[in-house]
Design a protein around this ligand. Structure first.
Ligand SMILES: Nc1ccn([C@@H]2O[C@H](COP(=O)(O)OP(=O)(O)OP(=O)(O)O)[C@@H](O)[C@H]2O)c(=O)n1
Ligand SMILES: C[C@](O)(CO)[C@H](O)COP(=O)(O)O
Length: 244
């Protein structure tokens, strides 16, 4: 028997589809190509294009806002237009947090009734659709914040500033964190308004305001392309036809 719809839930299916923010304003210094990393191609297509297409193809994203380097807003919009990819492009900021803040401000203006917001690195452009869908589904089901994670394979040491080992944390309790990270829009907006200035991920700001963050399984293909070695792996994954 099909359960009766919960009439106390004001979320329409359209509201439950996510708005995605894609911070893509980084300089890619560790990659070292001399151009913004999001515009670097993998097999002829920019990382950003792969990333936005992946979000839209997952079928649970209704609007995308990209934060581009301030000098590349027009060229980034033109790139996505030429690929037939619908997305708003805004100028990013000095660090990732600031880029997300600016894109979030735009998203709340253009889609004020959105309930779920994703924040996804352009640099994690081969994240499988099932990971994106799992994050959106968990937020739509009521979790205020959800992040994809992987277990840690290596032993991890905490070190002093001079490199001396201080401790060996139990790796069973550690996770590597990926994107997209998903949030109830009201929660992320409050975190950006109330938490400290910066964090290395968006969930970090949500943790600061005392809201619980849930996890779902991530995937190796959601790796962040940071160095030339990572780019070579991404090329291989795509050329071998094993990318999702
Ligand atoms: N001012 C910034 C810095 C980073 N990012 C984005 O945040 C994501 C994760 O950052 P990272 O992989 O570290 O990219 P870069 O900052 O470009 O790398 P680097 O530190 O090597 O310059 C990327 O999609 C990047 O474009 C951003 O939108 N705005
Ligand atoms: C958000 C992130 O990708 C989660 O792992 C990561 O923290 C970004 O860090 P970066 O130093 O800005 O690449």
């Amino acid at each position: 028997m099909t359960p009766a719809p919960d009439s106390s839930d004001p979320t329409t299916p359209e509201q439950a589809r996510a708005v995605a923010i894609v911070p893509a304003a980084g300089r890619g210094e560790r990659l070292g190509f001399g151009v913004p990393k999001a515009l670097v191609p993998v097999r002829g297509t920019a990382l950003l294009t792969h990333a936005v297409r992946g979000l839209l193809d997952a079928g649970c994203v209704r609007h995308v806002v990209v934060a581009a380097p301030p000098t590349e807003v027009e060229s980034t919009a033109a790139l996505l237009r030429a690929e037939g990819i619908p997305a708003d492009v805004v100028a990013g900021g000095a660090d990732r947090t600031e880029s997300v803040r600016l894109a979030l401000r735009h998203a709340t203006k253009v889609i004020p009734d959105a309930r779920v917001v994703l924040v996804h690195d352009a640099a994690r452009c081969f994240t499988p659709a099932h990971v994106i869908r799992a994050v959106v589904a968990a937020v739509a089901a009521g979790a205020p914040a959800v992040i994809p994670v992987l277990p840690v394979a290596d032993t991890v040491k905490q070190v002093d500033f001079d490199g001396t080992v201080l401790a060996t944390p139990d790796r069973a309790a550690l996770r590597v964190v990926q994107t997209p990270q998903g949030f109830d829009l009201a929660t992320l907006t409050r975190a950006y308004a109330e938490a400290g200035d910066s964090a290395t991920d968006d969930a970090g700001l949500v943790e600061e305001i005392g809201v619980p963050v849930a996890t779902v399984p991530g995937h190796a293909y959601a790796m962040k392309i940071t160095t030339p070695f990572d780019l070579a792996i991404a090329e291989f994954v795509l050329s071998a036809g094993v990318a999702p």
